[in-house]
Design a protein around this ligand. Structure first.
Ligand code: PRP
Ligand code: URA
Length: 208
């Protein structure tokens, strides 16, 4: 499945501000959240709906409601937490799972350290949130763990992806939907995305 790339003037504008090294931590966090809203709209495009009857102040009519089985949001700690408020704003009843992974600095292999998933994963749409898709190791491991726990309909939302990360996910998980704001040029020798955003977790949480 090919990656879906947001092509929207607001996404271009906010991403350009987020790339700027002079952008403060608080503005960076706000921009990631705003990009999260745009990603959330695109990610939820195919959510199933059911027909319902509603009484307006004037008459009875038909409408559509989201399927009552709430979706699941899984931010990959830490940086994925930056996208969570936007997704929760649009999906306020979603269940939230957490997955702690950090990338080993030398090997770039993801190291799992925390996991807490809600029940009924097999029946719910699952959205994995991580602003950065670099080598794809972390996202691939997140999807592997979710599939092992039963999830079947999984979408990854990322702000910036490297072509290498998309290729890795397409090989490891051909059924995964990938929605990104941008696909950048390449990875550098330390596994950072070029031109990229730098270390998203450090910029969101002020730990640089
Ligand atoms: C970053 C990012 C992804 C991962 C991407 O997390 O948020 O999870 O790296 O790299 P990959 O595609 O090569 O696996 P990091 O390990 O820096 O942890 P952090 O979010 O706690 O800063
Ligand atoms: N993680 C980040 O935060 N940034 C990158 O460029 C790659 C991995």
């Amino acid at each position: 499945m090919g990656a879906i790339i947001l092509d929207h003037p607001l996404a271009h504008h906010k991403l350009t501000l987020a790339r700027d090294r002079k952008t403060s931590g608080s503005l960076f966090r706000q921009l990631v959240e705003e990009l999260g809203l745009l990603l959330a709209v695109e990610c939820t495009r195919d959510l199933p709906t059911v027909c319902v009857v509603v009484e307006t102040p004037l008459e009875r009519t038909q409408g559509r409601s989201l399927n009552p089985l709430d979706p699941v949001l899984v931010p990959v700690l830490r940086a994925g937490l930056g996208l969570l408020p936007a997704f929760l704003q649009l999906l306020p009843t979603a269940k939230v799972g957490h997955l702690g992974l950090y990338r080993d600095h030398d090997s770039l292999v993801p190291v799992p350290y925390y996991r807490n998933f809600p029940p009924l994963l097999e029946e719910r749409p699952v959205f994995v949130l991580d602003p950065m898709l670099a080598t794809g190791g972390s996202a691939s491991e997140a999807v592997r763990q979710l599939k092992a726990a039963g999830a079947r309909q999984i979408t990854l939302a990322s702000v910036v992806a490297a072509p290498e990360g998309i290729a890795r996910l397409q090989a490891d998980h051909p059924d995964l939907r990938i929605v990104v704001a941008a696909v950048d040029r390449q990875l550098n020798e330390r596994g950072y995305i070029l031109p990229g955003l730098g270390d998203a977790g450090d910029r969101i949480f002020g730990t640089a």
